[in-house]
Ligand binder design. Structure first.
Ligand code: DMJ
Length: 459
């Protein structure tokens, strides 16, 4: 599958951000800006490496060496997406190989993002034009706010950047963000999805473990793990946040399915995004790493979420899960609106099954992953790669003609790891960023490399 997807990209879209696998041409999404930055190459690199696809890895490395140049960028990019895909992808490649090219390119790109953090609070803007540093927020985001899942999903990469470079600036930036978040009073103990970077005030009262909130929570527990258990602030923030979420947003459906609702202006919306399916893995990671601090049944919740997300797949004729699914009296774990029925090759359900497989060794998680592989083959495989589908409830859905870069970084990687030995990227030694790029755990993993002199070069 990986070779099919890679060869299609290489043949028809080499150097573009993504591939259109049906019409066989390049594709770019707004998050990457308008230019060709080879997002698929950078996102795929560590997956190619761990699969031993050395020729393909070397093709990617050569493209990065000669063509990945943020000095050429003239359009706006998403700070968050650039961090999780480009910086995260390059940092994984660096830690896995020790090749300084990847470290230096990651540092170069991360430095280009720093002007976005020049706000009165230190909370970064969402978008930056790296050519001139001009930054802004999305016009649609609550009163000029920045988004929690974006400014809260920088910590793992930035701390590691400081540690391997000896440059404290990255750690300072994310510690400042954390301080602001921590000190802002939370309505009902929940973190709203929006914060104004000028005032430090929360925006609209909307809390979600899906879109707009998700990876902020993920990075709290993972920062604690990455630090080798030293980052107690992250641990305590995670415990505090997850306790409130468990008490207020974890629900049981009429038939007994566990799901996460959203809170909007104090009312619950009984809708779960596909994105929120990652939280099965997060609850499991928390249960394993914080056993003595958690009194509740977080492993049961993890199992329940992984199961519900599987139900959202199993209740469609394609065997693929919808973008969002709802819980009403008459319908459970199904999308109700036509705008929620698409599947864009997302990894989150598979990601949770990966963690549950590692922690429980229950065969059902491998079976579910295998079913997902068959569904991908049947409905998403196109002549030149893999495509999303527009409606998972159709017997023969139309393709959306986009091969998202995260199919390499995440979907393929988690599927491969479910069928691999636990020693391949052991969870005792590695922590995955939100784009599934593995970063080493400090103290226990020798790949947590020491700072070295950065060569004198234009990067
Ligand atoms: C990825 O870019 C990351 O997993 C992010 O956290 C959420 N969205 C996509 C995949 O669905």
């Amino acid at each position: 599958m990986v070779l099919h997807a890679w060869r299609g990209y290489k043949t028809y879209a080499w150097g573009k951000n993504e591939l259109r696998p049906v019409s066989k041409r390049g594709h770019t999404a707004g998050i990457f800006g308008r230019q060709d930055m080879g997002a698929t190459i950078v996102d795929a690199l560590d997956t190619l490496f761990i699969m031993g696809l050395n020729d393909e890895f070397n093709e990617g490395r050569a493209w990065i060496q000669y063509h990945l140049d943020f000095n050429q960028l003239r359009s706006e990019m998403s700070v968050f997406e650039t961090n999780i895909r480009f910086v995260g992808g390059l940092l994984s490649a660096y830690s896995l190989t020790g090749d300084p090219l990847f470290r230096d390119r990651a540092l170069h790109i991360a430095r280009k993002l720093l002007p976005a953090f020049d706000t009165p609070t230190g909370i970064p803007y969402a978008l930056i034009n790296v050519a001139n540093g001009i930054s802004k927020n999305y016009a649609w985001a609550s009163g000029g706010s920045s988004i929690l899942s974006e400014f809260g999903t920088l910590h793992l990469e930035f701390v590691y950047l400081s540690d391997i470079s000896g440059d404290p600036v990255f750690r300072e930036k994310v510690n400042r963000i954390r301080d602001v978040i921590r000190k802002a009073e939370r309505p009902d103990g929940l973190y709203p999805n929006y914060m104004n970077p000028k005032t430090g005030k929360w925006g609209q009262r909307h809390t979600s473990i899906g879109a707009l909130g998700d990876s902020f929570y993920e990075y709290l527990i993972k920062s604690y793990i990455q630090s080798g258990g030293k980052d107690e602030i992250a641990r305590d923030m995670y415990l505090d946040a997850i306790t409130t979420i468990t008490n207020r947003l974890v629900m049981k459906s009429v038939s007994g399915l566990t799901y996460l609702a959203e809170s909007k202006f104090n009312r619950l919306e009984h809708k779960m995004d596909h994105l929120a399916c990652f939280s099965g893995g997060m609850y499991a990671l928390g249960a394993k790493n914080l056993a003595s601090h958690i009194s509740g049944n977080h492993m049961d919740i993890a199992e329940g979420i992984a199961h519900t997300c599987h139900e959202s797949y199993a209740r469609t004729p394609t065997g693929l899960g919808p973008e969002s699914f709802r819980f009403t009296e008459g319908s459970e774990a199904r999308a109700l609106k036509s705008s929620e029925k698409y599947y864009i090759l997302r990894p989150e359900a598979i990601e949770s099954w990966f963690y549950m497989w590692r922690f429980t060794k229950d065969q059902k998680y491998r079976d579910w992953a295998w079913d997902a592989i068959l569904a991908l083959e049947k409905h998403c495989r196109a002549e030149a790669g893999y495509s999303g589908v527009q409606n998972v409830y159709m017997e023969t859905p139309q393709k959306d003609d986009v091969q998202q870069s995260f199919i390499f970084a995440e979907t393929f990687k988690y599927l491969y790891l479910i069928f691999s030995d636990d020693s391949l990227l052991s969870l005792d030694e590695w922590v995955f960023n939100t784009e599934a790029h593995p970063l080493p755990v400090s103290g226990t993993n020798a790949f947590y490399r020491k700072p070295q002199e950065t060569e004198n070069q234009p990067w």
